[in-house]
Design a protein around this ligand. Structure first.
Ligand code: GUN
Ligand code: ZN
Length: 430
């Protein structure tokens, strides 16, 4: 038995809540106790230290520990194409995305990028992510292998697309089915890994492909499903012309049994009333991707509407449509979008969206998203006074919500002191 204690300020949301501003758990001088890969105990240092005299002690006084962050929508093959200039969604996909994703037919190349991608996640305090691979099975295997080596709780899936993209990047209904099925069998619930069925978006799948993927969705009720929905106005018109029988964009996915708990719809910037309601009624989730929506000029997400309906909300970088791997930075852009929409997004409700709120939406709260005893020890130690400016802005006894907010605007990976996955320190700032 190996027990380690970490002394620091501790902040998390122990429960599912609609009031993160008041329903939080905070210990200014706290102790987080780990036993092997799990959290054993959490509380004030004064109370807990005498109980764990024999443990290995680590002192992070002056730092803030929060749960490992959850990024619910990102593309691993787009790691090398952040910040490609000048386009909106559809031409951006054609001019930049598809040519880059073609490189992932090479498993060795994919393995090398997977290393960089996961390192970027950990460097930014993200320990769980819902990830799109490319269309290639070899690339998806490579990503899973790299995540397994780090013992991360990662959900990922092979992109499926058999039309409206270059020939050399297409699968077909049967290969999408067979490859996805083989990947599910190999990786879903293999250690901490999960599979996410991944039709790229309605325009790039034929109805025959959607049909086959719907069969998989029904055969495996606990896998994730991830796709894009209602991101860009031109895209929505295109979907209407490709699927004239569908009531609306979401209805395409619904017809193929893909709207359900653990289905995560990226963007949802221009939803119709009926789509909002259907997402609510089915227990599906939305991934709000603020940096991407601004960068690609897609539009301003309506968080007030999602809250009004109490929809499962998560926050995501959408790397490489998004512009940063850093979830706190991403929250800063979400805050600005909400400012433009006249909606308040408090720092604690933002933090909730990328920790416990996301975990509850994705049905992962028994493993990640909080610091409750019995969960997996995935967390981040934040060095919130990492430079002259943050030392000026934040005093040593700053309130936790002020720390989080300041880091959304002033922070980046320099605020990550260390990142822990399943009880092991997997990243440490130099
Ligand atoms: N819609 C379909 N594919 C993509 C993608 O790779 N990025 C974004 N932002 N939207 C998409
Ligand atoms: Zn995306």
């Amino acid at each position: 038995m190996s027990i380690t204690t970490l002394r620091a300020s501790l902040l998390h949301f122990a429960n599912k809540t609609q009031s993160p501003d008041t329903d939080l758990s905070y210990f200014a001088d706290g102790l987080l106790v780990l036993e092997n890969d799990k959290i054993l105990d959490i509380g004030s240092a004064a109370e807990l230290l005498p109980r764990y005299g024999q443990a290995k002690h680590m002192d992070y006084s002056g730092k803030l520990i929060i749960p490992g962050l959850i990024d619910s929508h990102m593309h691993f093959p787009q790691t090398e194409m952040l910040a490609c200039y000048g386009e909106q969604l559809l031409s951006w996909l054609e001019n930049y995305t598809f040519p880059i994703e073609a490189k992932f037919a090479d498993g060795e190349y994919a393995a090398a990028i997977a290393e960089i991608f996961l390192q970027q996640l950990l460097k930014n305090g993200t320990t769980t992510a819902l990830v799109y691979s490319s269309v290639h099975k070899v690339a998806t295997d490579a990503l899973f292998r790299a995540a397994k080596a780090r013992n991360m709780l990662l959900a990922a899936g092979k992109v499926c697309m058999d039309r409206n993209c270059p020939d050399w990047l297409q699968d077909c209904p049967d290969s999408a089915y067979e490859d996805s099925k083989a990947l599910i069998e190999a990786w879903h619930n293999n250690g901490r890994l999960k599979y996410a069925l991944t039709p790229r978006f309605a325009p790039t799948s034929t109805e025959a492909q959607m049909q086959r993927l719907g069969e998989l969705a029904r055969a495996y009720p606990d896998i994730f499903i991830q796709t894009h929905l209602s991101e860009n106005k031109q895209e929505i018109e295109w979907v209407k012309s490709l699927y004239p029988q569908a009531k609306h964009y979401l209805d395409v996915y619904d017809h193929y049994h893909m709207v359900r708990p653990r289905a995560v719809f990226g963007h949802c910037v221009h939803l119709e009333e009926d789509e909002w309601q259907r997402i609510k009624d089915t227990g599906a989730s939305i991934a709000f991707c603020p940096t991407s929506n601004l960068f690609l000029g897609s539009g301003l997400f309506d968080l007030a509407k999602a809250r009004e309906l109490d929809i499962n909300m998560t926050l995501a970088t959408d790397v490489g449509g998004g512009t940063s791997f850093n979830m706190l930075r991403t929250l800063g852009e979400a805050y600005k979008i909400c400012q433009l929409k006249g909606t308040n997004l408090s720092p604690l409700s933002g933090l909730y969206m990328m920790t416990q709120g996301a975990a509850c939406a994705l049905q992962l709260e028994h493993s990640v998203g909080n610091l409750n005893p019995g969960t997996d020890a995935d967390f981040v130690v934040l060095d919130y006074r990492f430079d002259e400016l943050t030392q000026l802005r934040l005093t040593e006894n700053a309130a936790p919500e002020d720390i989080i907010f300041a880091l959304t605007m002033l922070g980046d990976d320099r605020a990550t002191q260390s990142t822990w996955v399943a009880g092991k320190e997997v990243y440490q700032k130099q």
